[in-house]
Design a protein around this ligand. Structure first.
Ligand code: ADP
Ligand code: MG
Length: 390
C-alpha cells in the first residue's frame, strides 16, 4: 500500500469517512554547504522522493485531532491551549505533537486562519537521520492549514513559518534550509539558496547521476549541545575578526584570502571551526559553474573535501560516517561522498554514475557491514517536487 493509500484508509478508520484533502511534503538531503546556513552561507539541497503524507478534513469542533500512524499515537489540541503546550485535556503535549501544534501556533502568531482539522499522517522519511523528517511534517501542516484557511503564501514564506514553529515552539535552533527544501523542491533539480538574502534558484541535476543516501543507522544523541557549541564558536570568530574587519556580521562576510591573512589571531578551536565555514562557503560558490557545465567529477571532489573538513575541522563526524564515506569514495562510479546533515550520526550522501547505482549500493552495504558488523540502510533518491496538495 502506498503512503497515500495508508493515510486515507487510516483516516476512514479513525473518522468513519473519506478525507477531503491529501498533502505530501518531502524530506531533503543537502549536497553541499554544511553548517553554513546559520552563518549566512549558501546551501545546495534537493527535496527527496520520501515524504510525509497527511490526509485531512475540517473538524466540526474547535479541537484539532491528529493521528500519527507511524507512532500509533493520537492527540487533540485547541488554539487556547497552544501557548501552554498542553493537549485538550491539559496534559503536556508529547514531543511529536509539538511539530503540528507549533505550526498552528506560528500561523496564528502571523494572523493566519487555522481552522480546526482532523488529520492522519505517515512518512517514509526516516526520523532523526538528518533527512529532515521534522521539516516535512511541518511543511505538510502549513500546507494543510493554507488549504483550509483560505489564505495563500509563497513557498518560502511557508518555510519561514515552519522554521519559526521549530525554533520557537519545539525549541530546536535549526536554520532555514530544511523547511526551504521541503517547500521549494523541484523535480530533477538541485536548489541553490543564499541563506542571507533568501534568494534561490534551481539548477539542473544531470540525469546521468543518482543521489544515493546511506544511513549508518547511528542515531544522533545529545547533539544539540555540540551544535550550539559550534554556533557559539562561529559567533566568537566573528567577534574576534571584527577587530580587523569592523562591520562584519557573520562569517559570510569573510572571504578565504582575508581569512588566511587574519586567522592566526584566533584560538585554535575557533580557527578550525571558522575555517570550515569560510572554505565551505567558497566551495559552494565554486560548485555553481561546475553544476551549470554538468561537471560531476569536479563537483564530486567538493563533496569529498567537505567530508574531510567536517571530520577534521568542524569535528562533527563519527567513525561510522567516516567508514561509510571512505568506502564509497573508493568505489567505481562514485563522484563524491560525504556526511550530510548536522553530523554525529545519520547519513552520508553519495553522487553516483546512474548506471553503476546498483553495484555501488551493494558494494557499499557489504563493505560497511564488514567493517561495522551491521548493515546500513541505502536509499536511491531522486530530486522531487516540494510540498503539494495532491
Ligand atoms: P530529522 O533529522 O529527521 O528532522 P529531528 O529530530 O529534527 O530529526 O525530527 C524528528 C522528530 O520529528 C521526531 O522525533 C518526531 O517528533 C517528529 N516526526 C518526524 N517524523 C514523524 C512522523 N512520521 N510522525 C510523527 N512525528 C514525526
Ligand atoms: Mg529535523
Amino acid at each position: 500500500m502506498s503512503l497515500r493509500e495508508t493515510v486515507i484508509a487510516k483516516f476512514q478508520e479513525c473518522f468513519g469517512e473519506v478525507p477531503v484533502h491529501v498533502v505530501r511534503a518531502p524530506g531533503r538531503v543537502n549536497l553541499l554547504g554544511e553548517h553554513v546556513d546559520y552563518n549566512d552561507g549558501f546551501v545546495l539541497p534537493i527535496a527527496i522522493d520520501r515524504a510525509t503524507w497527511l490526509a485531512f478534513s475540517t473538524s466540526d469542533t474547535d479541537q484539532t485531532r491528529l493521528t500519527a500512524v507511524d507512532l500509533s499515537e493520537d492527540v487533540s489540541f485547541t488554539p487556547e491551549m497552544l501557548p501552554a503546550k498542553t493537549d485538550a485535556k491539559g496534559r503536556p503535549l508529547p514531543t511529536w505533537a509539538l511539530y503540528p501544534a507549533g505550526v498552528m501556533w506560528a500561523l496564528m502568531e502571523a494572523g493566519l486562519a487555522t481552522p480546526a482539522l482532523r488529520g492522519v499522517y505517515s512518512s517514509n522519511v526516516p526520523q532523526g537521520s538528518g533527512l529532515s523528517s521534522s521539516a516535512s511534517v511541518e511543511m505538510a501542516f502549513v500546507l494543510a492549514w493554507q488549504t483550509l484557511g483560505g489564505w495563500r503564501l509563497p513557498p518560502m514564506d511557508r518555510a519561514l513559518l515552519g522554521q519559526k514553529a521549530e525554533n520557537e515552539y519545539v525549541g530546536v535552533n535549526c536554520g532555514i534550509m530544511d523547511q526551504f527544501a521541503s517547500a521549494c523542491g523541484e523535480q530533477d533539480r538541485l536548489l541553490h539558496l543564499d541563506c542571507r538574502s533568501l534568494e534561490w534558484q534551481a539548477l539542473p541535476l544531470p540525469k546521468e547521476v543518482a543521489i544515493v543516501i546511506a544511513d549508518t543507522r547511528m542515531r544522533r544523541t545529545l547533539t544539540s549541545g555540540e551544535y550550539n557549541k559550534r554556533r557559539a564558536d562561529c559567533e566568537e570568530a566573528v567577534r574576534l575578526l571584527s577587530t580587523d574587519l569592523p562591520g562584519i556580521t557573520s562569517l559570510r562576510d569573510v572571504d578565504l584570502e582575508t581569512y588566511n591573512r587574519l586567522s592566526s589571531h584566533l584560538p585554535e578551536r575557533v580557527e578550525k571551526r571558522a575555517r570550515h565555514v569560510v572554505e565551505e562557503i567558497e566551495r559552494t560558490q565554486r560548485a555553481i559553474p561546475l553544476l551549470e557545465e554538468g561537471d560531476m567529477v569536479e563537483f564530486g571532489k567538493l563533496l569529498n573535501q567537505c567530508h574531510a573538513s567536517l571530520r577534521d575541522l568542524y569535528e562533527v563526524s563519527i567513525p561510522e560516517l567516516d567508514t561509510m564515506a571512505a568506502i564509497a569514495q573508493s568505489l567505481p562510479g562514485c563522484y563524491g561522498a560525504r556526511l550530510t546533515g548536522a553530523g554525529f550520526g545519520g547519513c552520508t550522501v553519495n553522487l553516483v554514475a546512474r548506471e553503476q547505482t546498483d553495484s555501488f549500493s551493494q558494494a557499499l552495504a557489504a563493505g560497511y557491514e564488514d567493517e561495522t558488523g551491521f548493515p546500513p540502510e541505502i536509499y536511491v533518491c531522486s530530486a522531487s517536487k516540494g510540498a503539494e496538495l495532491i
